[in-house]
Design a protein. Structure first.
Length: 424
C-alpha cells in the first residue's frame, strides 16, 4: 500500500511558528518572574530582620524600620526618574542594566560597615525596583496578544507575590541562622540567576527605540491616566492600612498565639498567589468589571476583618480573602494604565509601580494614625476600607473617560500577537 505524505503547508508553518513564539514567550515571562522574586525578596526581607539589624548597628528598632520606608521612597522617587533617563534604552538592555544596579545595591548591603551604608544600598536597590517592574510590565504585555496581556503581567508579578510567601521567610531564616549579610548575599545570587535568565531568554527589541520624554509625559495631562494612578494608590493602599498591623490584631484581639503567626501568614500568602492569578485571568476578559468587583470585595473584607476580629474562624477566612482581593488588583490596575497610556507606556507603567508603593506607604500611615488616636487594633482595617472605597469612587468617575486618540496604539491585525520584540 502506497503511503501518501503531505508537504508542510503554510498553515502548518504558521502553527509551528506560533507554537515556538508561545514557548519563547513563556520562558521570557519566567525569567522576568524570577527577577521579580529576587527584587520582592529584598523588599520585604528586612521586616523580619529588624531586631537583628538593630543589635548589629546599635540603633533603635524604629530606626531600622527606616530600611523599609527608605526603600519605598526609592521606588516612588527614583523609579520614575530612572525611567525618564533611560527612555531611549532598548528594553532588554534596560532590564539588564536595572538588574545589575539591583545586584550592586544588595552587594553593598551585604558588606555594609555601617547603618548609613546599608541604607544607601537599600536606596540603590529600590531605584531599580520601580523602573524594573515598569519596564518588565511593558515587555510582558508586548509578548502576547492584546486579549492575554493582563495574564502575562500577572505571571510576571507572580515572582513578587511569591516573594511575600517564600522569599521573605527564606531571607529571614537565612538572616537569623547564618547572618544578615548572608541573607543579602542570597538576594545577590537570586538576582544573578534572574539576570542570566533575562540575558538568555528575553527577546531583543525589534525596532529602534524612539521614545521622547515629551511624548511620554503628555499622557499625564489625561484624566483617565490620573484616574488610573489614583485608583491604584488609594484603592490598593487600603490593603496596607490593615496588613501593616495584622499580627497584633491576630494575637491581641483574635487571641492566636505568636507561634500561630507562621501558618496564618501562609494563609494570607496563599490568598496573594490565588488573587494575582485570578485577577490576571479575569482582567483579560472583563478589565473594568474585574477592578470594580475586586475593590468592592476588598472593602467588604477589610471591614469584616475588623468587625469579626474576635472570631478565629472568620479571621482565618478573611486573611485569605483580603490577600486575594488586594493582590488580585495588581494585574488589572497595571494593565489599565498601559491601556490608557497608548504608545507612551514606559513612564506611565513606572509611575503606576510608584503609585502602588505610595499607596502602601499612605495606607501604613493611615493605620498608624488610627492607633495613635487610641482606636485599637481593629481601626486600621476600617481605615483601609475607607481608603479603598475612595479608590472605587475615583475609578467609577474615571473608568469610562476616553483617552486622547493620538495616544492610542495603532490596531494590530486581527488575531496578531502584537509583539514589540523579536528573539535574537
Amino acid at each position: 500500500m502506497t503511503q501518501v505524505t503531505h508537504a508542510p503547508s503554510a498553515v502548518d508553518d504558521r502553527e509551528e511558528a506560533t507554537s515556538h513564539t508561545r514557548r519563547g514567550s513563556s520562558w521570557t515571562l519566567l525569567a522576568l518572574a524570577v527577577s521579580a522574586f529576587a527584587i520582592g525578596t529584598t523588599e520585604f526581607m528586612t521586616n523580619g530582620l529588624l531586631l537583628t539589624l538593630a543589635d548589629e548597628f546599635t540603633v533603635p528598632v524604629a530606626t531600622t524600620g527606616l530600611l523599609s520606608t527608605g526603600y519605598s521612597a526609592g521606588v516612588v522617587v527614583g523609579g520614575p526618574i530612572l525611567a525618564a533617563l533611560t527612555l531611549r534604552t532598548p528594553r532588554k538592555r534596560l532590564l539588564v542594566i536595572l538588574l545589575a544596579i539591583f545586584i550592586a545595591g544588595n552587594a553593598v548591603c551585604a558588606i555594609a560597615p555601617s547603618f548609613g551604608v546599608l541604607m544607601a544600598g537599600r536606596f540603590v536597590s529600590a531605584i531599580s525596583h520601580g523602573a524594573y517592574f515598569g519596564a518588565a510590565a511593558v515587555v510582558a504585555a508586548s509578548l502576547v496578544p492584546a486579549q492575554r496581556r493582563a495574564g502575562a503581567i500577572a505571571f510576571m508579578f507572580t515572582g513578587l507575590t511569591l516573594a511575600n510567601v517564600l522569599g521573605m521567610p527564606l531571607g529571614t531564616f537565612v538572616g537569623q541562622r547564618l547572618g544578615w549579610r548572608e541573607a543579602f548575599g542570597l538576594v545577590v545570587v537570586l538576582g544573578l540567576v534572574g539576570l542570566a535568565g533575562v540575558l538568555v531568554l528575553t527577546p531583543a527589541d525589534r525596532a529602534a527605540v524612539t521614545a521622547r520624554l515629551r511624548d511620554e509625559l503628555r499622557p499625564f495631562r489625561s484624566l483617565p491616566v490620573w484616574g488610573a494612578l489614583i485608583t491604584t494608590a488609594i484603592g490598593f493602599g487600603g490593603l496596607f492600612a490593615s496588613f501593616t498591623y495584622i499580627t497584633p490584631l491576630l494575637t491581641t484581639v483574635t487571641g492566636f498565639s505568636p507561634g500561630a503567626l507562621t501558618w496564618l501568614l501562609m494563609v494570607y500568602g496563599a490568598g496573594l498567589v490565588a488573587g494575582n492569578w485570578l485577577g490576571g485571568r479575569a482582567a483579560d476578559r472583563h478589565p473594568n468589571a474585574t477592578i470594580a468587583v475586586l475593590l468592592v470585595l476588598l472593602i467588604a473584607a477589610l471591614a469584616a476583618q475588623s468587625a469579626l476580629a474576635e472570631v478565629p474562624a472568620a479571621a482565618v477566612v478573611l486573611l485569605f480573602v483580603v490577600g486575594a482581593a488586594g493582590f488580585g488588583l495588581i494585574p488589572p490596575l497595571q494593565n489599565r494604565v498601559l491601556a490608557v497610556a497608548g504608545n507612551a507606556a514606559t513612564m506611565i507603567s513606572t509611575a503606576n509601580i510608584a503609585a502602588f508603593n505610595f499607596g502602601a506607604t499612605v495606607g501604613s500611615l493611615a493605620g498608624a494614625a488610627t492607633l495613635g488616636a487610641g482606636l485599637g487594633y481593629t481601626a486600621p482595617g476600617y481605615a483601609g476600607a475607607v481608603m479603598s472605597l475612595a479608590g472605587l469612587a475615583v475609578f467609577a468617575l474615571t473608568a469610562r473617560a476616553r483617552t486622547s486618540r493620538r495616544h492610542r496604539p495603532a490596531p494590530a491585525p486581527a488575531g496578531a500577537p502584537e509583539p514589540a520584540m523579536t528573539r535574537r
